[in-house]
Design a protein around this ligand. Structure first.
Ligand code: GDP
Ligand code: MG
Length: 162
């Protein structure tokens, strides 16, 4: 059975765009309207000859429970079933209170976490990514899921952990 990599994070940080980037197809639904992806979607993925299962999460936005609780709950379910977690933060926005909730949950999980600072579309935005060192998951990977910047380096390290 291929190892499972779960992509978690708040709505609109670019999780589905990153999935598209990794699987190389326009298959994961990406919408400008937050919350379009439904629950968890699973894909078979491959990088550098290594097969893995990629789990995208999302789609709880307009739930009555409130976004904070829903993000935390979905992240916990996905993280629980994953071998490795990609935690995506919007580097332009920085870590929000919702992100901090996910951080606390991930610390309890004690699984490998790759912190992706997404939307680093150019060099000038790399300092935004560096600020996310403070979350305590080591080096944040500055990535532009949209343009592909930095994703290869992140994936090289990721498959090294599988
Ligand atoms: P999700 O809700 O976390 O799955 O986020 P999506 O993948 O649906 O992306 C939300 C919005 O952010 C879309 O408009 C994407 O085009 C945009 N987006 C995603 N990645 C990037 C990126 O690296 N740079 C920029 N500038 N926009 C991005
Ligand atoms: Mg999505």
């Amino acid at each position: 059975i291929p190892p499972v990599v779960a992509i978690i994070g708040r709505p609109n940080v670019g999780k589905s765009t990153l999935v598209n980037r990794i699987i190389g197809r326009r298959e994961a639904v990406v919408e400008d309207v937050p919350g379009v992806t439904r629950d968890r979607v699973t894909y078979s993925a491959e990088w550098a000859g290594r097969d893995f299962t990629l789990v995208d999460t999302g789609g709880w936005e307009h739930d009555a429970k409130g976004i904070h609780a829903r993000v935390a709950e979905q992240a916990e379910i996905a993280a629980d079933l994953a071998d490795v977690i990609i935690f995506v933060v919007d580097s332009a926005v920085g870590a929000t209170a919702t992100d901090e909730g996910v951080v606390r949950m991930l610390r309890r999980m004690k699984k490998p976490v790759f912190l992706v600072a997404n939307k680093v579309d150019d060099m000038a935005q790399e300092s935004d990514a560096a600020a996310l060192w403070a979350l305590g998951f080591g080096q944040p990977y500055p990535v532009s899921a949209l343009h592909g910047r930095g994703t290869a380096d992140m994936l090289d390290d990721l498959v090294g952990k599988l």
